[in-house]
Design a protein around this ligand. Structure first.
Ligand SMILES: Cc1cc2nc3c(=O)[nH]c(=O)nc-3n(C[C@H](O)[C@H](O)[C@H](O)COP(=O)(O)OP(=O)(O)OC[C@H]3O[C@@H](n4cnc5c(N)ncnc54)[C@H](O)[C@@H]3O)c2cc1C
Length: 389
């Protein structure tokens, strides 16, 4: 029984809806814009908002669809099959924990409609895998927070309506626990601009086009006191609390992009003729395609298992890490095979095979690299190593 055959009628419906949208509205746009490193248009975001893609997991009373993480993963896979950046942007419709209730009630319905989208700024030049090493500082002066420092890799920072940004509000305590003293801030801004004191430099990426990723320099960025999210010094937990969903989301993105590689490879292999017959007749190609399909199905099943645990309210951190690790490693292999099946054509921007390969490569890096997932899993299996924190 495949992962998909275990879905309910409603789950199949939302999957079919997302599939139709992805292949009608997203796929050709991705093929046109990605080679030019261009951004996804506002009109696409508006259409996605109308359908409800930004609010899959948002409760109905806040204007969302009120569904589970499994439905979120199904939508993510379909959109990512067409363009991973589009499967990624749907997460920008979820507001952060720690937001005051009245603000949540005001903003969440807009966010669920895709009209109020956020960016997330945790990473820094010297704090990537080791996020607790962050040094960006925030000080409370005369009723305002003043932020100084550097952030790295903030995707969508320009077009977002707000940025959730992490900064240190107190020194590392004597107990050496570096995650203490980090606070989270809700920086509201106009879409298309940056707050005063924030300089943004786009990163020159090799993929994940459709939106820009920025290095941010903060010099005396001034925020009103209520911009602090939750308790001062406890911001690290705001960042970490959504990690299971973020890892499941990334696993689903990896499965989606790998499926794109498989479907395109099948189509190409059937029509490309060499030695007088379609290359799909050669066993070397047939076995590659069979392996790709088997690997995708295994990663999807693991991802859906993690979703079902999460939706049942059960712990799923291990399973989410495993799914993220397995799916992203799989996606790199499968998209590379997809490119190979296209021969020289796969190495051109005339086919999407190279786009899947470039995007799949990223799933091994963000939301915790493969090594960080293995570290989490081995710490659970073996206990922490003496040399680690
Ligand atoms: C295109 C793109 C978009 C991004 N968007 C965002 C965003 O919107 N917001 C945001 O906050 N961040 C974002 N990120 C940042 C991303 O999460 C980090 O790149 C990631 O966490 C890795 O950090 P790093 O790049 O500093 O690599 P490093 O941490 O420097 O890692 C370098 C290498 O060392 C390995 N390594 C590190 N520590 C260990 C260890 N303990 N054991 C074994 N190996 C280890 C890593 O696995 C990796 O192979 C984005 C990154 C990219 C590339």
């Amino acid at each position: 029984m495949t992962a998909v055959s275990c879905l309910t009628g409603n789950q199949r419906e939302i999957q079919a809806l997302a599939r139709e949208f992805a292949m009608k509205e997203v796929f050709s746009l991705a093929n046109e814009l990605d080679p030019l490193s261009k951004e996804m248009p506002d009109e696409l975001i508006r259409k996605m908002g109308e359908i409800g893609f930004f609010g899959v997991m948002v409760p109905e009373e806040h204007g969302g669809l009120g569904l589970g993480v499994l439905e979120y993963a199904l939508v993510t896979e379909e959109l990512s099959r067409a363009w991973m950046s589009v499967g990624s942007i749907i997460r920008c419709g979820s507001l952060p924990r720690g937001l005051r209730r009245d603000r949540l009630a005001e903003l969440q319905p807009k966010a669920a409609r895709g009209e109020y989208l956020g960016a997330f700024s945790l990473s820094e030049p010297e704090a990537g895998s080791d996020v607790a090493n962050l040094t960006c500082r925030a000080e409370l002066r005369d009723g305002h927070w003043i932020l100084n420092g550097a952030k790295m890799w903030c995707t969508f920072a320009d077009r977002a309506d707000y940025i959730i940004l992490f900064a240190r509000t107190s020194r590392v305590p004597a107990n050496g626990k570096r995650h203490q003293g980090i606070s989270a801030f809700f920086i509201e801004k106009d879409s298309g601009s940056f707050p005063q004191g924030m300089q943004a430099t786009p990163v020159r990426k090799i993929g994940y086009h459709g939106w820009q990723t920025f290095e941010l320099g903060l010099s005396d960025v001034r925020l009103p006191e209520p911009a602090l999210l939750g308790e001062e010094g406890k911001g690290f937990y705001i960042g970490m609390v959504t990690l299971d969903v973020a890892r499941i989301h990334t696993a689903a993105r990896a499965v989606g992009v790998a499926r794109g590689a498989l479907e395109d490879a099948i189509e190409y292999a059937k029509q490309r003729v060499q030695f007088g017959r379609p290359i799909a007749d050669f066993q070397a190609i047939r076995f590659k395609i069979a392996c790709m399909a088997a690997e995708i199905e295994a990663a999807r099943s693991l991802t859906h298992d993690a979703c079902r645990l999460y939706d049942a309210g059960l712990p799923c951190s291990q399973e989410a890490s495993m799914a993220k690790y397995i799916a992203s490693e799989m996606a790199e292999r499968v998209t590379s095979e997809g490119l190979h099946i296209h021969g020289g054509a796969g190495y051109t921007t005339d086919f999407a095979a190279q786009r899947y390969w470039r995007d799949a490569r990223l799933t091994k890096i963000f939301e915790g690299t493969s090594e960080i997932q293995l570290r989490i899993l081995s710490d659970t299996l073996l206990g922490k190593a003496e040399s680690s924190e």
